[in-house]
Design a protein around this ligand. Structure first.
Ligand code: M6R
Length: 606
């Protein structure tokens, strides 16, 4: 997740860009840069580090001009250094671009460009865009951008300018882009807060939109060049509301960011044709005999999904520990063990200490981590970043679904490399994984969300809740209960559904809502039997079912319908329903979901 800003008008472009970028640092803060049209050329300044580093440089050596583009980076391809910072320029410097997203087919594009004589400076996927546009350019920038994008696959918000044109061309697919409309000035940004110091009239560009900005006008079209019309919205939000993107809370904003976060986790790593996954890891997948997963809280539940997937697909024995227990139980570890730590913050002290313990005992270590440059990333042998973008809400949402997706990719990678997963099953699973951003988008459709809100409000006064799930969705039940506890303070228990009859069934009475994950699965019939056991004892069943279900819903008091997904990827889709159920229960009870009592976002004490 990166932040992008563009400006054309009468003001000092550098000031507008820096002001905009300062509101977007939450989207990434590995490096930042600007390019300003200074009269005869496009001058680029960019540095690794926080925006303040760039700001200091620009104070010492100012850039003067009224057209420019700026970027704050959250690195995906290539280290966070000066060279990989955006903007990226074409060979002769006449074109500059900034990009937010991932160009999935950048490698073949880059190789082809190199064979045609292009020399690349950075390790980024984004730089191919500058070279490709340069190659297509023959006097018309808009046309060149269109032709270049027709060869690109992946996610992008891209902003481009050419030294010979007083215009900015931009386009988006998946990654967000909003245009600000001023008096004789136009703006572009990844998010509204970057614009609010200058204008409240904005146009939210849609997927597949392209826009050409001049000083006082703009044209929006699709990627084929057909004009499209988009409404100008007036933004009423104050600065704090704007940072939440118009949502009431960070948590809700982050729930809705999941399609984008999942694209960032998955795209560029899935090779559809071969069923392979490219994780750019240095680890040798054949070198270990067992895997140990270590994490806390929500990250631990992502690890439980991982345990299931890795054992199923890669046939390696996996054991999993909550980090606070791991180092005190004298685990058996050898150099044949791969210890995987999972953490959003990369700073959780229990997980960090467990990682140190595993290393001391000789294990190879891998981090599945969100926060770049965090302590864990510096101590593990290898890192698989989840690229979910900064998560501010204390209750983890988008980091969870991105962690689960990362575990799926890891299981696929191990399975293919160790020969336990054939190409055709690999390809099928890979296609299902690729569907996840769209399925989650669908899970967040207005009618589905309204239904979950209705269910949450109906049961908001319950004193206790029970969550049940089976197989790969047992952890979905655990995560659902944790989310509800954290933000609504309602007591919730979660069990593997088959375990219910061994004790928890005694809790069931007519006051107890029981959430049962009953989406498509080879074990669905058994889950339906569990639903009947709950009903027979008067419990209120809230069944989470797949589109088209006729069986489980028949026995439920309330139904939450989620998009149909392959069972192996369904924990991601189902988790969204759990998050919304907890969210709307908590808000119906008037709780502060972003700052739940007694909790901290990052737990750095033992
Ligand atoms: O930053 P980490 O992923 O290491 O954090 C682990 C847990 O503290 C965290 O997941 C916690 O359980 C959240 N509040 C869950 O919403």
């Amino acid at each position: 997740m990166c932040g992008i800003v563009g400006y054309i008008g009468t003001k000092n472009a550098t000031e507008v860009l820096i002001s905009g970028l300062s509101k977007l640092e939450y989207r990434g803060y590995d490096s930042s840069g600007v390019a300003v049209h200074t009269g005869s050329k496009l001058e680029v300044r960019k540095n690794a580090g926080k925006l303040s580093v760039l700001q200091t440089e620009l104070e010492q050596q100012s850039l003067s001009g009224t057209l420019g583009i700026g970027h704050t980076r959250w690195a995906t391809h290539g280290k966070p250094n000066d060279v990989n910072a955006h903007p990226h320029a074409s060979e002769d410097g006449s074109i500059v671009i900034i990009h937010n997203g991932i160009i999935e087919n950048y490698l073949p594009l880059k190789e082809a460009l190199i064979s045609r004589g292009h020399v690349f400076k950075s390790e980024t996927d984004s730089e191919v865009l500058a070279h490709l546009i340069e190659e297509k350019y023959s006097g018309n920038l808009e046309q060149a951008v269109r032709e270049a994008l027709s060869e690109v696959r992946g996610a992008y918000g891209i902003v481009v300018t050419h030294v010979n044109h007083r215009e900015i061309v931009a386009a988006r697919t998946v990654s967000p882009l909003v245009m600000g409309v001023g008096q004789n000035e136009m703006f572009l940004a990844s998010d509204v807060p970057a614009l609010l110091n200058y204008t409240r009239e904005v146009v939210f560009l849609h997927d597949g939109d392209m826009v050409v900005l001049n000083d006082s006008s703009y044209r929006i079209m699709d990627l084929q060049g057909n004009p499209v019309s988009r409404e100008v919205s007036h933004i009423e939000w104050d600065a704090e509301a704007a940072e939440k993107g118009g949502f009431d809370t960070y948590m809700l904003k982050e729930i809705y960011e999941q399609p984008q976060a999942l694209s960032n986790t998955l795209l560029g790593r899935l090779q559809d044709q071969t069923g392979e996954v490219d994780l750019e890891l240095n680890l040798d997948p054949a070198s270990f005999k067992r895997i140990s997963i270590i994490a806390c809280g929500t990250a631990f539940y992502a690890g439980l999904v991982g345990e299931y997937l890795i054992e199923q697909l890669a046939r390696v024995p996996v054991e999993i520990d909550v980090a606070s227990e791991y180092r005190y139980r004298q685990p058996l570890v050898s150099e044949n063990t791969l210890a995987i730590v999972i953490s959003q913050s990369g700073e959780t002290i229990d997980t960090l200490e467990a990682l140190r313990e595993a290393k001391k005992s000789g294990a190879k270590t891998l981090g599945i981590i969100n926060a770049k440059g965090s302590s864990m990333t510096r101590e593990v042998d290898d890192t698989l970043y989840i690229h979910a973008g900064p998560e501010i809400g204390v209750a983890s949402t988008k980091a969870y679904t991105s962690m689960v997706s990362a575990m799926l990719m890891l299981a696929l990678w191990l399975g293919r490399a160790r020969g336990t997963l054939d190409a055709s099953t690999g390809t099928e699973l890979l296609r299902s994984a690729r569907e996840l951003p769209r399925l989650v988008e669908e899970a967040l459709s207005e009618s589905r969300v309204a239904n979950i809100k209705r269910v949450a409000e109906k049961y908001k006064d319950a004193r206790d809740y029970l969550f049940l799930g089976r197989g790969v969705n047992s952890p979905t039940a655990y995560e659902g209960a944790l989310k509800l506890k954290e933000i609504s303070y309602i007591h919730a228990e979660a069990y593997a559904a088959g375990e219910m009859k061994h004790g928890p069934i005694a809790l069931i009475d007519e006051k107890l809502p029981v959430v049962v994950i009953a989406t498509d699965s080879v074990l669905l019939e058994k889950t339906i039997s569990n639903i009947q056991e709950v009903r027979a004892r008067g419990g209120k069943v809230i069944a989470v079912v797949s589109d088209g279900d006729t069986e489980a819903s028949r026995h439920a008091d309330d139904v939450i319908i989620v998009p149909k997904a392959h069972e192996m990827v369904s924990p991601v889709v189902n988790a969204v329903a759990m998050q919304l159920l907890a969210y709307f229960t908590a808000t119906a009870l008037g709780k502060d979901v972003d700052k739940p009592r007694n909790l901290a976002k990052s737990v750095t004490v033992e």
